[in-house]
Ligand binder design. Structure first.
Ligand SMILES: Cc1ncc(COP(=O)(O)O)c(C=O)c1O
Length: 372
């Protein structure tokens, strides 16, 4: 089976973890590796502060917690995303409000934001989906006009840029994931980046059970979302290869583009002229009529050829867990619905060989004739 992704861990990363363990950098409250990883990653993103946590979901949860929202406050989220984006609002007593996608980059449609804002809207979490950045210059203008806090969900966009500027440096805070399939990984892990001193201090406090003075007396309900030291060591070693990994992600995508262009009925990923797409996952969207078979049949045909794929996200407007929430708004998201029905992503590990990509593309071309 060609897996949809595979973590690539090398000897230098293993050595870094062993070194951290030898130095006793075990838990998440001390150690040089945590500090170094936070500082180097934040500098790369173009932010003053980096705050490591134990997952991308924790990063989002913590960032929203830092806003001190009131029950019933609303947080706009990209409809097409991982559930973690919306759960960050839900777990903080706020209501996530989905914003439909646009059909080109599959990111949230900026033209729809102002139509869903209400007096209860306090924040927005745009997701840089599958590695293509949202136009953050425009989004910040809209957010500033309506006094919204912006938390970028950069779980899939490490290294992606908007007019040359890194995703994660535009919003009030940004949340990265280092899950196994992400651009760089720590196994499980995440980071909040921010240029705002007050938010940095707040999320650091809440990450660590809100310990203050005197120790063991707590004014705030914090969390233990700390990243262990030896995990940060893995992150730092991965981070030092990030330029190479991003370059390789782009090589993989360009090879797919070259081999799949001209296949009728397949929409390939975009890269708008102001954007650098890091192609976290190489997604395609099937037009059943034009291609000859539907997305599910294509998934089956590829599985039969030993190629693992994954469907696009089920949009937030169709999530039973959200629909049950008091105050959840039934916002129609026809584009995100269609992406969920017709989208899939292909094996996207950064060291995928050109030969393997060619095998996958041949299988896609043959799929409409598959007699399954
Ligand atoms: C867009 C998005 N947001 C948040 C997350 C959650 O990150 P984690 O798995 O590290 O909790 C993920 C993926 O895992 C994601 O793809």
């Amino acid at each position: 089976m060609i897996p949809v992704f595979e973590p690539v861990i090398s000897e230098d990363e293993i050595e870094a973890v062993v070194d951290a363990l030898r130095k006793g950098e075990v838990s998440g409250t001390f150690g040089k590796y945590i500090e170094d990883f936070e500082n180097e990653f934040a500098a790369y993103v173009g932010c003053k502060h980096g705050v490591t946590v134990n997952s991308g979901s924790s990063a989002l949860h913590l960032a929203v917690a830092a806003l001190d929202l009131k029950p019933g406050d609303e947080v706009l989220v990209s409809s097409s995303t991982n559930i973690a984006t919306a759960l960050a609002a839900l777990h903080n007593g706020a209501v996530p409000v989905p914003v439909d996608s646009e059909g080109m980059t599959w990111n949230l449609d900026l033209d729809l934001i102002e139509g869903v804002i209400t007096p209860r809207t306090k924040a927005i979490i745009p997701v840089h989906l599958y590695g293509h950045p949202v136009d953050m210059d425009r989004l910040m203008e809209i957010a500033n006009k309506h006094n919204l806090i912006v938390i970028e969900d950069c779980a899939e966009s490490h290294g992606a840029t908007v007019r040359g500027r890194m995703t994660g440096s535009f919003g009030h805070m940004a949340c990265f994931s280092f899950y196994a399939n992400k651009v760089i990984t720590t196994g499980e892990g995440g980071m909040i980046t921010t240029n705002d001193d007050a938010f940095a201090e707040r999320v650091k406090l809440l990450r660590n059970l809100a310990f203050t003075q005197p120790r063991f007396k707590h004014e705030l309900a914090g969390f233990n979302f700390r990243m262990p030291g030896f995990v940060a060591a893995l992150g730092l070693a991965q981070f030092r290869k990030i330029d190479h990994i991003v370059e390789q992600k782009r090589r993989v995508a360009h090879r797919y583009n070259e081999k799949l262009k001209g296949v009728k009925g397949l929409q390939l990923p975009a890269e708008l002229d102001w954007a650098k797409n890091v192609y976290w996952m190489y997604g395609i969207v099937v037009d059943t009529k034009e291609f000859g078979i539907d997305r599910n049949k294509l998934v089956e045909a590829l599985a039969e050829s030993g190629i693992q794929t994954r469907t696009f996200f089920c949009p937030m407007n169709q999530q039973p867990v959200l629909e049950k929430m008091q105050g959840f708004r039934d916002v129609p998201c026809p584009v995100a619905d269609a992406l969920w029905e017709n989208g899939l992503y292909l094996p996207s590990t950064w060291n995928l060989s050109d030969e393997t990509i060619d095998i996958i593309c041949d299988a896609i071309r043959r799929a409409p004739n598959w007699e399954g």
